[in-house]
Design a protein. Sequence first.
Length: 241
Amino acid sequence: MHSEMDRRQFAFSLAGLGRLWPQPRFVHLCGIEFRVKRYASSPRRFLVIHGDETTARDVLSDYMFDHYGIAYMVTNSGRNVEIEGVTIDPNRMFSRVGAQKSIDSLNPRIDAARREKALAFLDRERRNLLRKLTPGAGSRLFALHNNRDYSVNDEIPGSDRVSIRQPDRPREFFLCTDLRDFEILSKSPYNVVLQTKSEPDDGSLSRLAARRGFRYINLECAIGSYEDQMERVRWLDDRLP
Ligand SMILES: [Zn+2]
């Protein structure tokens, strides 16, 4: 009798623990699996979209332990994903034009029917993906990336404004689409560029954000620079509304 009661109480307390430390949830969006981490109710959205950018994923996963917002992190291990048997860069699927370019470059011998099937699938699924990633009114989407052979110097020519406070650290930089965010970030000790144009449409999230008018900030850091990336995430999240 006693042991039965103990067992019930134990099971009950485990259920209570589960509510305090929720288990990770997973969702499929555009055929891609994302791990979802949520802390309290908040209009803020966070994203890691490239599976081989493991530092960004580690930073965001740790950060979301005790900060408001909802984070979506891809679970695959490569940069590209397979959708309907076709390879695509997930940061090029936010428009049909961009998705088609990415599919053509990554699947050189693809036939028209298979390409059309993948594009039609994305056209159907994209709305749900965007519904999840679009921040609440007035809030922002913050995406974390890592780079290996890419830097702020690649973005300066296409930017409206730039603030380079760390010229010796070109691989660490913010890219934002809203002037007010740029004004705040340009007071940081870090590199930042502003890009408000929605063209040319390459299917990336920054172009989509410019088109749709929501605030988007992208943080690039060298792969492996965990502390540098965490420091910048904290700086931004503490100061941007
Ligand atoms: Zn990336």
